[in-house]
Design a protein around this ligand. Structure first.
Ligand code: HEM
Length: 145
C-alpha cells in the first residue's frame, strides 16, 4: 500500500474503531440511567442501529484492509490476530445479541436492562484492550510470520 493510501485507511480505522469505543462509553452511561428512565432505551436502540453497528463494521473492514495491505498481515503478528478474533466476536455479538437486547428493552422487557448493561461493560473492556494492543503491539510474530 502506498504511504498516502495507508494513512487514509489508518485515519478511517482510528475514527471508526475509537469512535466505537467512545459511543460504547455513552451506551454504558445510558444503560445505567435507563434503570430510572426506561424511555432512554429508545435512544439506545437508535444509537445501536444507526451508530454502533456502522462503526463496528467500519472498524472491522478498515482493520482487515490495513492488515492485508501492510507488512503487519492478518495472521503474521499476534497482536493483529488477537484483535481480529476479538473484533469479529464483538461485531457478531453487537449485530445479534446487543441489538436484540436493546429492541427488547425498548419494548419494555424489564430483564433486558441488566443484559444491556453487561454487554456495554464487556464491550468497553474489549475495545479498550484492543486499543492497548494497537499502541503497544506486543507478543511478536506468529508461526506464520
Ligand atoms: C475495537 C476494535 C479496534 C480498535 C479499538 C483498534 C484501534 C486501533 C488504533 C488506535 C490503531 C492506531 C495505532 C497506531 O497507529 O499506532 C490501530 C491500528 C491498526 N489496527 Fe486496529 N483497532 C481495532 C480493530 C482492528 C482489527 C479488527 C484489525 C485487523 C483485523 C486491526 C488492525 C490494525 C492494524 C494492522 C493497524 C496498524 C496499521 C498501521 O500502522 O499501518 N484493528 N488500531
Amino acid at each position: 500500500m502506498k504511504p498516502k493510501a495507508r494513512k487514509t485507511w489508518l485515519l478511517l480505522h482510528v475514527i471508526t474503531s475509537v469512535g466505537w469505543l467512545g459511543v460504547t462509553i455513552g451506551m454504558l452511561v445510558l444503560a445505567l440511567a435507563a434503570f430510572d428512565a426506561p424511555q432512554l432505551y429508545q435512544a439506545m436502540e437508535l444509537l445501536g442501529d444507526l451508530v454502533v453497528l456502522p462503526l463496528a463494521l467500519g472498524a472491522l473492514v478498515t482493520g482487515v484492509v490495513l492488515s492485508l495491505g501492510t507488512k503487519w498481515g492478518l495472521v503474521r503478528h499476534r497482536w493483529v490476530l488477537v484483535k481480529f478474533v476479538l473484533t469479529v466476536v464483538a461485531v457478531v455479538a453487537t449485530t445479534f445479541s446487543l441489538r436484540s437486547g436493546l429492541h427488547e428493552a425498548a419494548d419494555g422487557v424489564v430483564a433486558a436492562g441488566g443484559d444491556v448493561l453487561a454487554a456495554a461493560c464487556v464491550s468497553l473492556a474489549l475495545y479498550t484492550f484492543n486499543t492497548v494492543l494497537s499502541v503497544f503491539k506486543p507478543w511478536g510474530r506468529t508461526r506464520w510470520g
